[in-house]
Design a protein around this ligand. Structure first.
Ligand code: UDP
Ligand code: MG
Length: 317
């Protein structure tokens, strides 16, 4: 039986770009359908993330224009990640495959052909990965690439240069629905579900119209969200910092003793400074220790599924 595809598109104040990109998505759906890769029930699902401009009325008129367009609207602006999640959860029981993509035409729509093909070849998750970041400013490229490196170092499993352009099968989405956390960082969470995955490479373009909603402030917020949602390493680093401070103060005390032994002068202020440094270090260690327990509690509160079964020797047993 032919597979049904839902394209998930978050939109926030996109009245300028939506009329340009919506027909491109429709063309893609029609093309994939004509090639016999997806069924006629496939849809383009817009999620209006509480826009304040004409985005929702544009979506409504698109839906009247062609049966392939549908839309849902969030009660208020909740941010990109929540909008994508809303779309995925809305679609998961109506289709076999979802592909999430931004509505501004930055991500190459034609990469969907390879994504669908990879799915048909047996992959449940296909990550869209940017080949190069020529159109981004040096600053954005540098900050983004350093961020991926930091995340990896912290032990979080993220795909380098992958944003939120990806194919996810409904099977994976049904497992993903068990991840109940409220702090969303989808690109870090999807790899945790597992299943067979692959990457498809594409060139990233300029926005076709309108403006970016990710100024530095939001980018930093997303980066911080990513680190604190996926890793408790920062908490452990506090302990290491404390041990470092204590060690340095002990070293300084040892040097001071040596100076005294060889007839030098070390006044009371020296000892005071050393004591302060020593106890500051002890305090940081204690904070770190408490932090380790907070970190454990934090992971428990998330109540992520502890195992996910992907295959059985006999189905329905
Ligand atoms: N977006 C959203 N809610 C928000 C901000 C952005 O749904 O609060 C959508 C936006 O309409 C776009 C996608 O998320 O489809 C990516 O946003 P944008 O293109 O502004 O980010 P950039 O590509 O510059 O990082
Ligand atoms: Mg964009």
């Amino acid at each position: 039986m032919m597979k049904t595809l839902y394209i998930i598109i978050p939109c926030y104040n996109e009245e300028k770009v939506l009329p340009l990109t919506a027909p491109m998505f429709l063309k893609k759906i029609n093309q994939l359908q004509e090639e016999g890769l997806i069924s006629d029930n496939s849809r383009i699902l817009f999620i209006d993330d509480g826009s304040r401009d004409d985005t929702w009325s544009i979506i409504q008129s698109l839906a009247k224009e062609d049966v392939h367009y549908t839309g849902i609207r969030q009660s208020r602006n909740r941010g990109h990640q929540n909008a994508v999640l809303a779309g995925l959860m809305e679609a998961k029981d109506k289709c076999d495959i979802t592909i999430s993509i931004d509505c501004d035409g930055q991500d190459d729509i034609n990469a969907m052909d390879d994504m669908v093909q990879a799915y048909l070849d047996g992959c449940e998750v296909v990550y869209g990965v940017r080949k190069e970041r020529k159109t981004d400013t040096f600053f954005k490229r540098f900050t983004a690439e350093s961020f991926y490196k930091v995340l990896k170092w912290m032990g979080a499993d993220v795909v380098f240069n992958h944003a939120d352009y990806r194919l996810i099968s409904s099977r994976v989405l049904n497992e993903f629905a068990n991840f109940k956390e409220v702090n969303l960082y989808l690109r870090g969470m999807v790899p945790l579900v597992g299943f067979k995955s692959t990457s498809v490479y594409y060139a990233r373009h300029e926005r076709l119209a309108g403006e970016s909603h990710y100024p530095l402030k939001k980018m930093l917020a997303l980066a911080f969200e990513g680190i604190t949602s996926l890793s408790t390493k920062p908490l452990k680093m506090i302990t290491i910092l404390g041990i470092g401070v204590v060690f340095l103060s002990l070293l300084a005390a040892f040097i001071t003793l040596l100076v005294l032994l060889f007839g030098g002068a070390a006044g009371g202020i020296w000892w005071l400074a050393l004591l302060i440094a020593f106890f500051a270090g002890v305090q940081i260690i204690c904070t770190g220790l408490v932090g380790s327990y907070v970190g454990k509690a934090y992971m428990e509160v998330k109540a992520r599924p502890r195992y996910i079964i992907s295959e059985r020797t006999k189905e329905n047993e």
